[in-house]
Design a protein. Structure first.
Length: 611
C-alpha cells in the first residue's frame, strides 16, 4: 500500500544524503548538514511554516509519478522528469549542472535499466532546468542518433540574456536570495522554498534542435504523445507546460508549485505577468485537468486524484489572479506599492491553503512587482522623484534624529519592543552615514537577523541573514564571475557587443571617435561599431562596409567563447587573444587597445548593505 504522504508517494530508491561529487572528488551537491530538520517541532529561530516546507523538501531520490513517468527529486534545486518511451527515455529539465544531472540519470538507471536518452525537453529558460544537459547526453551522440532537443520559442535568446546584460548584479543578489554562502542550521540556511539550495557544478547547454512555436503543438516523441502548451511571460519569458494524453498526466513546469511563487525574484529579473500566469493555469484546468489523474511540476512534489489536482490548479490560478486584480484595484484608487503591500491579505478561502503560502515568493513583494509591471519605480509623489542618494540622505536623517548616539539609544529601545522592521531601517541609515560605526552595524544586524528568523519565505530569510552576516564580518573576497563556455557559445553577437557597450566608462570615452569592425569568420557575420559621443553603437553590415573601419577584428565564435570563459574579464580576454594570435587584427591595433582601456570590469562582490 502506497504512503498517503504525497512527498514520499512512489519512492523507489536514493543515495545517502543525495551526495554528488565531480571528477576531482569535490562535493557538488549534498543534503548533509540539514539533519536538524529531522525534528518535527520547529526551532524557535525558524518560521513554523517554513520549517515544515524545509522538511518536505528533504525528501530525495527516484519516485514513480505514474506508469512510465518518474522523477528524481532532491538531487538539485529542481526536479528531473524521466519518461519511458518505446526506445529509451525522454528527459525533461536536466537540472542545473552536469554533475547533478548525470547522478540523477544514474540513479534512475540503477533501478530501471540502462535505457538511452531519446529526447531532451527544456521547459523554460532558467538555468536549473537546462544547465545539466551534458550530464545526460553527449552532443555528438545526440546529432548522430537524431535525438531532438526541444524548447519553447525564444528559449536560446532568453537563456543567455538573463546571464549577460545584468548578470553581474543578478549573481551578487542571488547570494541573498538562495543563501548559498550561509551555513546550514537553525540560525542559517534551511531551504529555498522550491527546494533545498543550488548545486555548485558545471553549467552546460546544448542548443535546441526543435522549438515549439505555436500556442499548442501535438507531437509524438519516442512513442509518447505530448501536447506542448506555450506559456510565455509567465514564470519565465520563454516557458511551456505539457500534457500526456495516453498517460493521463499533466506537467505544469513551474506554473504550479507547492508554494506561492514570485513575480519578481529578489535577485532581479523582468517582472512576470501575473494576469497571464493565471490565464495559463486556467487553460490547464479546463483543457487538460479533466483528462488527468496526476499533476506534477519541475519543483516540489505531485498531486494525485482528479478532484484534488483540479482544486490545486484552481487555487493556484486564483492566487495569482487575486494578487493581480486586487493590487491593480488598489493601485487605481491611488495607493502606492508600499501601501498596498501593507493593506492586502490573502482571502479567507486561501489563507489556510498550504501551497498558497509564501515559502518562496511572498504576497508583499508580489504586490510590489504587479505595481512595477504597470507603473514602474516612481510612486507618483514628486518629493521622491529625485530623492537624495542613500549616503547623503542617511547623513541628514542621522543629523535630524539628533546624531548617532541619540539614534542608537532610541533604536535600541525600539529593538527591545520588537520593532525590528523599523530598527533595521533607521540603523541602516546610520550604517550608510558612518560605515565604521560598530554599534550601528551590530544593532542593524540583530534587527535583520530577527526578521530572518520570523520569515515564512526562505528567500527573505536568506536575504536577511546574509545581510546580517555581512554587517558583522564584512563582504568576502571577490572572485570574478565567469560564464559557462556553452552559454557563451550561444550568445548572439549583438548581445556580446551590448556587453562591451555597457562597460564603456563615459569619462574615458568622451572626446574620442573611432570605427571598428568585427568579423565572426565561421558564422560569416560582420558588425560595424562606432564610438562617438561617449557611446558605443553597432549594426550588422556586409564585409565591404566593414572594410571601411579604422581597424577590424576577426575571430571564430568558438574562439571568442573560449577566451571569455575565464575570470580575466572581457577586455583582458580580447587583449590576450590578440597577443596569442587567436584574434586577427587588420588596421590600427592601437585603436583597439585604446577602446579596451575605456572599458571597466564589474566588481562581483559589490556592497549591498553598506556604502
Amino acid at each position: 500500500m502506497q504512503n498517503p504522504d504525497p512527498t514520499t508517494r512512489g519512492f523507489i530508491a536514493s543515495w545517502p544524503d543525495a551526495e554528488i561529487r565531480d571528477a576531482t572528488g569535490r562535493i557538488v551537491w549534498s543534503l548533509a548538514g540539514y539533519e536538524f530538520l529531522e525534528a518535527e517541532a520547529p526551532a524557535p529561530t525558524v518560521h513554523p511554516g517554513l520549517w515544515q516546507q524545509a522538511r518536505r523538501n528533504m525528501t530525495h531520490g527516484l519516485f514513480e509519478v505514474c506508469e512510465r513517468i518518474y522523477q528524481v527529486r532532491g538531487f538539485d534545486l529542481a526536479n528531473m522528469t524521466i519518461i519511458e518511451g518505446e526506445r529509451g527515455v525522454i528527459v525533461i529539465d536536466p537540472l542545473t549542472c552536469a554533475e547533478t544531472a548525470a547522478a540523477a540519470l544514474r540513479l534512475y538507471r540503477e533501478q530501471r535499466g540502462d535505457r538511452p536518452v531519446t529526447a531532451v525537453i527544456y521547459s523554460h529558460s532558467h538555468v536549473d532546468h537546462f544547465g545539466g544537459v551534458r550530464g545526460v547526453i553527449d552532443e555528438q551522440d545526440a546529432i548522430r542518433r537524431g535525438v531532438p532537443i526541444i524548447a519553447p520559442a525564444g528559449f536560446l535568446w532568453h537563456t543567455v540574456a538573463e546571464n549577460m546584460i545584468a548578470g553581474n548584479a543578478m549573481s551578487r543578489r542571488s547570494q541573498f536570495q538562495f543563501g548559498s554562502t550561509l551555513q546550514r542550521g537553525v540560525c542559517g540556511q534551511v531551504d529555498c522554498g522550491l527546494g533545498k539550495s543550488l548545486p555548485n557544478g558545471t553549467v552546460t547547454l546544448i542548443p535546441p534542435t526543435r522549438t515549439i512555436e505555436k500556442e499548442r503543438e501535438r507531437h509524438v516523441v519516442d512513442g509518447i504523445e505530448i501536447v506542448f502548451a506555450l506559456a510565455p511571460e509567465s514564470e519565465a519569458p520563454s516557458e511551456m507546460f505539457f500534457f500526456f494524453p495516453q498517460l493521463r498526466a499533466l506537467n505544469l513546469a513551474e506554473l504550479g508549485q507547492h508554494t506561492m511563487h514570485n513575480l519578481c525574484p529578489l535577485r532581479g529579473a523582468q517582472v512576470r505577468d501575473a494576469r497571464l500566469w493565471s490565464r495559463y493555469l486556467d487553460e490547464a484546468l479546463h483543457e487538460f485537468a479533466p483528462h488527468a489523474d496526476v499533476v506534477f511540476a519541475q519543483h516540489n512534489w505531485p498531486t494525485w486524484g482528479r478532484e484534488t489536482l483540479s482544486r490545486f490548479i484552481a487555487q493556484q490560478r486564483d492566487l495569482y489572479k487575486y494578487v493581480h486584480d486586487q493590487t491593480v484595484r488598489l493601485m487605481n484608487q491611488g495607493h502606492t506599492a508600499v501601501e498596498i503591500a501593507e493593506l492586502l491579505r490573502l482571502p479567507p478561502e486561501l489563507i489556510d491553503v498550504d501551497h498558497a503560502q509564501g515559502y518562496y515568493g511572498t504576497l508583499v513583494h508580489n504586490v510590489k512587482a504587479v505595481v512595477q509591471h504597470y507603473l514602474g519605480w516612481y510612486d507618483g509623489n514628486p518629493s521622491r522623484l529625485h530623492a537624495l542618494p542613500p549616503v547623503e540622505a542617511s547623513a541628514r536623517y542621522v543629523a535630524y534624529m539628533g546624531g548617532a548616539d541619540a539614534l542608537l539609544e532610541r533604536a535600541q529601545a525600539d529593538f527591545q519592543r520588537g520593532e525590528h522592521r523599523w530598527v533595521a531601517e533607521v540603523a541602516s541609515h546610520l550604517v550608510f552615514a558612518d560605515p565604521g560605526n560598530q554599534a550601528a552595524r551590530t544593532l542593524c544586524a540583530a534587527a535583520l537577523e530577527a526578521l530572518g528568523f520570523a520569515s515564512e519565505s526562505a528567500t527573505w530569510r536568506n536575504a536577511y541573514l546574509l545581510a546580517a552576516r555581512e554587517l558583522r564580518v564584512g563582504v568576502p573576497a571577490a572572485r570574478r564571475r565567469s560564464m559557462s563556455y556553452d552559454l557563451l557559445k550561444a550568445v548572439p553577437m549583438e548581445m556580446f557587443l551590448d556587453c562591451l557597450a555597457i562597460r564603456l566608462v563615459a569619462e574615458r570615452a568622451s572626446g574620442h571617435r573611432m570605427s571598428l569592425a568585427w568579423h565572426i569568420v565561421d558564422a560569416r557575420e560582420h558588425w560595424a561599431l562606432t564610438l562617438a559621443n561617449a557611446a558605443l553603437s553597432y549594426r550588422p553590415c556586409d564585409a565591404h562596409a566593414a572594410g571601411a573601419a579604422d581597424v577590424s577584428i576577426a575571430v571564430s565564435r568558438d574562439g571568442l567563447a573560449q577566451l571569455l570563459a575565464n575570470e580575466a574579464g572581457i577586455a583582458a580576454a580580447i587583449a590576450s587573444g590578440i597577443e596569442a594570435g587567436q584574434i586577427a587584427v587588420d588596421g590600427d591595433a592601437a585603436k583597439i587597445y585604446a577602446l579596451l582601456g575605456m572599458l571597466e570590469e564589474f566588481e562581483p562582490m559589490f556592497n549591498v548593505v553598506e556604502p
